[in-house]
Design a protein around this ligand. Structure first.
Ligand code: NAD
Ligand code: UFG
Length: 349
């Protein structure tokens, strides 16, 4: 297949691009690099042992998208979006513009160029505060922040478009908590500034970049009082995208959860990480983080039935791979990139 990967230089996109290249697909990455680095693209090509073409562009730029899509593609995978839930509370319009306008523009460009297959990154954030766990796809959708709202609206836009054009086929994947890194240690989560997600923050504490982890709340109704989530290895997510591409056929829209189907608390993650890295991860308990819920984990049985997919890697493997990435790239790609640029400037005549 020839696949356009919007947001392919990012965390989940880069791992998926490696899998696509390794399976012999032709890959074009379309990314604004607003939250990623060209180093990721270099490493995708090294690990994939093939060359993905890179196009610098914003999915809100319809002309740029149409110019690329007009070459002819079998499918688009759409990862491009802003993803920090707490940031979206401060900047809702930035999130609506980037995520919703970006997706609308992509649909328009796909329609104009006759590209009819789409895999879309959605999120468990569409469920907000669940009534019960595990969460199945028909649970109530009660978003609790603008990021979740943007995901829900994008799902609805894609769903309505599929209804209007029965030749258009879409699979909407609701990821739970992505974690881990490529086993080579050459790709991983590369947040700008301090990570807001648990696993990369724990890795940075273990590496000595922060004095301690703040655990947001130890009074939740969970087995140890800390928040419980369904962590899913990024390599398992990459595999699910490959399977989703194979399943896209002949119209319709399917929504499915991607999670491991079991929950771990913050303290479980800290203990697993300490075992893997052989160092203590100091932590302090703080107040609950606004907008957090007690426990979230998936019923992933629809993905198993529909795609033949299930999570292969557990928490220990996620911690091992996240730690390897942390050791090999202690400051992520973007700090390395800035360093390389400043060295080049210093050495310029
Ligand atoms: P990421 O930030 O690492 O990757 C997103 C990529 O999209 C980046 O390379 C960024 O530069 C690019 N991008 C953003 N806006 C763009 C635009 N307007 N035009 C072109 N490129 C743009 O994030 P990720 O963790 O890889 O997430 C990928 C997708 O999965 C996102 O849509 C995110 O909302 C969703 N998701 C992520 C998580 C998570 O915890 N990581 C959980 C659920 C859903
Ligand atoms: N946590 C801490 N300290 C930290 C970071 C996180 O205690 O420094 C806790 C949180 O309170 C929560 C758990 O660790 O209990 C996981 O938090 P994350 O920020 O890693 O993940 P969230 O569950 O809040 O959100 C993630 C993604 C969202 C996505 C959602 C779907 O960041 O984009 O999963 O379930 F929508």
């Amino acid at each position: 297949m020839k696949v356009l990967v919007c947001g392919g230089a990012g965390y989940i996109g880069s791992h998926t691009c490696v899998a696509l290249l390794q399976h012999g697909h032709e890959v074009v990455i379309f990314d604004s690099l607003v939250n990623s680095s060209p180093f990721a693209v270099e490493n995708i090509n090294i690990l994939g042992k093939s060359s993905a073409r890179f196009v610098l562009g914003d999915v809100r730029d319809r002309d740029a998208l149409e110019a690329v899509l007009a070459e002819g593609f079998d499918a688009v995978i759409h990862f491009a979006g802003l993803k920090v839930a707490c940031e979206s509370l401060e900047k809702p319009l930035v999130y609506f513009d980037n995520n919703i306008v970006g997706t609308l523009t992509l649909l328009q460009a796909m329609q104009a160029t006759g590209v009819r297959n789409l895999v879309f990154s959605s999120s468990a954030s569409v469920y907000g505060q669940p009534d019960r766990v595990p969460i199945s796809e028909n649970a109530p959708l009660r978003v609790i922040n603008p990021y979740g709202r943007s995901k829900l609206v994008m799902e609805q836009l894609i769903g309505e478009f599929c209804l209007a054009d029965p030749r258009f086929s879409a699979i909407l994947l609701r990821y739970f908590n992505p974690a881990g890194a490529h086993p080579s240690g050459q790709l991983g989560e590369d947040p700008s500034g301090s990570p807001s997600n648990l696993v990369p923050y724990v890795a940075q504490v273990a590496a000595g970049l922060h004095a301690h982890l703040s655990i947001f709340g130890n009074d939740y109704p969970t087995h140890d009082g800390t928040g419980v989530r369904d962590y899913i290895h990024v390599m398992d997510l990459a595999d699910a995208h490959m399977k989703a591409l194979d399943r896209l056929d002949g119209g319709g829209c399917i929504v499915m959860n991607l999670g491991a189907g079991r929950g771990y608390s913050v303290l479980d993650v800290v203990a697993a990480f300490e075992r893997v890295c052989g160092r203590p991860v100091p932590y302090v308990f703080e107040d609950r983080r606004p907008g957090d819920v007690a426990e979230v984990w998936a019923d992933p049985s629809l993905a198993e039935r529909t795609l033949g997919w299930r999570a292969r890697y557990g928490l220990r493997r996620m911690c091992e791979d996240a730690w390897r990435w942390q050791i090999k790239h202690p400051h992520g790609f973007r700090r390395e990139e800035a360093r390389r640029l400043s060295l080049r400037r210093l050495s310029a005549p």
